[in-house]
Design a protein around this ligand. Structure first.
Ligand SMILES: NC(=O)c1ccc[n+]([C@@H]2O[C@H](COP(=O)([O-])OP(=O)(O)OC[C@H]3O[C@@H](n4cnc5c(N)ncnc54)[C@H](O)[C@@H]3O)[C@@H](O)[C@H]2O)c1
Length: 384
């Protein structure tokens, strides 16, 4: 009989991680989770409180075969903190988890990162399963070992790398993501095409077109784009400290926008703005051609970003500068005070090399980033 899900094999260096995916296959995926965890005694289901409906179904299926302890987490940047991680760890111990137990993280990237860090710390490392429910989580965040939380100075400043035992996604879970979040969440796919896989542009645009008419096929294609583009890089550079740093494209300004907006501008949308800002910086400094800048706008256009001025004008510029100054890529390469490290492109699929053969990060004056921010805030959508 045909399996209700498909399986991709991800590699992070020597570590192999299966990624199971399909549509309307929750019972089969829950069975696979228990089967592949083998001797598991208890599952700590860390669930995003925005996906309780989907999580109840998963808990019921898992509960037929294993003890399930559920803890809900509010998926918001302000809760992506060490106290939330501690709360999960305390709950795990209070509920009797052992070294044979596993943490199952179900939700978007926020809950995936919080639960991922908790799994890495519990008993110095407990098995982790990701059940992603947003495009950012399913097509991007889980194709990464990075687990991290925010500190008061900025995003993802504390964390670690942790290899999950399994990733499993019923693409039907994504059907309840609000349309704005679904579309802007696909900014990470736009990023993949811009930095690593220009040849996938037509497939991406077709999938974006198909989202309304044939969502199941569109989401499968988007998952494949996410994995296809990123997998070779994380296989070679599992800690994303070398060549895989290109996937930080759009994240320098993007993280600052996301953080300063207090999470009101979600990750995907913030990265979309961040890529337009990076393109503007590269146009001025590295001669990124008009056709390549136009490609940014062409690919971002289907994400239906809100009006740039309305979205970006209200953000506190001093706070953005402060977050840029604390960016978590500092130290990867030379960067003077008043500068920040950015991934920049000098052509589609081609990152500007870093100094002295280092990672592909270029020091840019914060003033130059802010100038580009103002340009995008004033006229990004006119340029589309
Ligand atoms: N390498 C990495 O680890 C990596 C990569 C990309 C992003 N991230 C992180 O991921 C986070 C962003 O993740 P996100 O974009 O998934 O947003 P999110 O996890 O913050 O979720 C956004 C909202 O969507 C809700 N939600 C989740 N799934 C839903 C569903 N199926 N239906 C309806 N609502 C749903 C959540 O409850 C929340 O209210 C950021 O903190 C970012 O830093 C990490």
């Amino acid at each position: 009989m045909r399996s209700p899900y498909e399986e991709l094999g991800l590699a992070f260096g020597d570590a192999a991680v299966p990624y199971l995916y399909g549509t309307d296959c929750t019972p089969a995926l829950a069975d696979a989770v228990v089967d592949r965890l083998g001797d598991v005694d208890t599952v700590l289901l860390v669930l995003d409180d925005g996906v309780r409906g989907h999580a109840d179904a998963v808990a019921a299926e898992l509960g037929r075969r294993v003890r399930v302890e559920a803890v809900a987490v509010e998926a918001h940047e302000r809760h992506k903190t060490l106290p939330t991680v501690q709360h999960l760890l305390e709950s795990a111990v209070a509920r009797g988890l052992t070294r044979r137990s596993a943490v199952v993280a179900m939700g978007g990237g926020t809950v995936g990162n919080i639960a991922g860090l908790a799994a890495a710390l519990l008993f110095r490392g407990t098995r982790l399963v990701h059940l992603p429910t947003t495009p950012v989580a399913a097509f991007d965040a889980t194709v990464s070992l990075k687990q991290g939380v925010n500190l008061s100075a900025g995003k993802n400043l504390a964390g670690t790398y942790f290899v999950p035992a399994l990733i499993a996604c019923d693409l039907a879970w994504l059907s309840t993501v609000p349309r704005h979040d679904l579309l802007t969440g696909l900014a990470e796919m736009v990023k993949n095409v811009l930095v690593a896989a220009p040849a996938l542009e037509a497939k991406l645009l077709r999938a974006l077109d198909d989202l309304t008419l044939d969502p199941a096929a569109a989401l499968r294609a988007l998952l494949e784009i996410g994995v296809e583009a990123k997998a070779p890089y994380v296989a070679a550079d599992p800690r994303e400290r070398g060549g895989a740093l290109i996937f930080e494209y759009g994240h320098t300004a993007g993280h600052a926008i996301e953080f300063v907006s207090g999470g009101a501008i979600r990750h995907g949308e913030a990265v979309a703005w961040g890529m337009l800002i990076a393109a503007e910086v590269a146009r001025r400094r590295h001669g990124l051609g008009d056709a390549d800048v136009a490609a940014h706008h062409r690919l971002v256009a289907p994400l239906d970003l809100p009006d740039a001025a309305a979205r970006l004008d209200g953000l506190d510029r001093a706070a953005i500068r402060a977050v840029l100054a604390a960016d978590n890529k500092r130290g990867y390469g030379p960067c003077a005070p008043g500068e920040v490290l950015m991934v920049l492109l000098d052509g589609m699929g081609h990152a500007v090399p870093g100094p002295a053969g280092g990672p592909p990060l270029v020091p840019v004056a914060v003033d130059a980033v802010m100038d580009a921010f103002e340009t995008v805030a004033m006229n990004a959508l006119e340029a589309v």
